[in-house]
Write a protein that binds this ligand. Structure first.
Ligand code: PEP
Length: 256
């Protein structure tokens, strides 16, 4: 089964509206030919409008970095699915390790956000990943199992097939340390097996599993060449048009 490669740039708390517009204008011609990949950029909330406008008519899709589970109400600082939809957003990152680490997100809140995103027809990118201590103590499988079991609880098979998982070993995010392609593949394979156990083989084979953690143009090809790695969630290398475009092109050169 071939799964369409999906490369998403997580801009985190970077790029004002004018900076975001400029980046997308630069990116458009560089990735215009990359139609075999789904190319997504995820700017901060205040930059979404400018980026949606700039990306119009191109193959660049736009995602948000978070979503609240309620439709509206007294939730200061939060953003609902309807708000994202009306802004022209199609994807949303859920449960990034920085949200878990700094903002107290749990598998339970991830699950609620995921359900809200799916109900609104957004494509969720659900992040999972272990800390360095978990890996060193041999607990990677246990941690991922818990995150997947809690985060994906109660999701229908149909909705699961539309959901993207981003495997991001926390020790590799923004550190320059990438999991080796073999190590990443072993973990992606484990995640797909969990999905098989939870949702059946047909669904598990459809789900795209991105790798994230210091992915860059230089290692994208080798990572995406692995059987169970279907793209990347990119931080640092997504902040410049040329590095992001090179990464996408190199990922696409990995024929499977
Ligand atoms: C991320 O934060 O999702 C990420 C993968 O960051 P970086 O590529 O900078 O490691």
């Amino acid at each position: 089964m071939s799964r369409k490669v999906i490369i998403a740039g997580n801009w985190k708390m970077n790029k004002t509206a004018s900076e975001g517009r400029k980046l997308v204008e630069e990116l458009k011609p560089l990735v215009a030919g990359c139609t075999e990949a789904e190319v997504v950029v995820c700017p901060p909330f205040t930059t979404l409008g400018a980026v949606v406008e700039a990306a119009k008519g191109s193959n660049i899709k736009v995602g948000a970095q978070n979503i609240h589970w309620e439709q509206s109400g007294a939730f200061t600082g939060e953003i609902s699915a309807d708000m994202l939809k009306e802004a022209g957003v199609e994807y949303v990152i859920i449960g990034h390790s920085e949200r878990r680490q700094y903002f107290g997100e749990t598998d339970c809140s991830v699950n609620k956000r995921l359900k809200a995103a799916l109900a609104a027809g957004l494509t969720p990118i659900v992040c999972v990943g272990e800390l360095l201590a978990d890996r060193e103590n041999g607990n990677t499988g246990k941690v991922l199992f818990t995150q997947l079991e809690g985060g994906l609880a109660g999701i229908s098979k149909e909705d699961m097939a539309k959901t993207v998982i981003a495997y991001e070993p926390v020790w590799a995010i923004g550190t320059g340390k990438t999991a080796t392609p073999e190590m990443a593949e072993e973990t992606h394979n484990y995640i797909r097996q969990q999905l098989r156990d939870m949702f059946g083989n047909e669904v598990a084979e459809k789900v795209r599993i991105q790798y994230g953690g210091s992915m860059k143009a230089e290692n994208a090809r080798e990572l995406v060449a692995q059987q169970n790695i279907d793209g990347g969630l990119i931080g640092g290398a997504a902040l410049k048009a040329d590095s992001f475009a090179s990464l996408i092109k190199n990922a696409l050169s990995a024929c499977k």
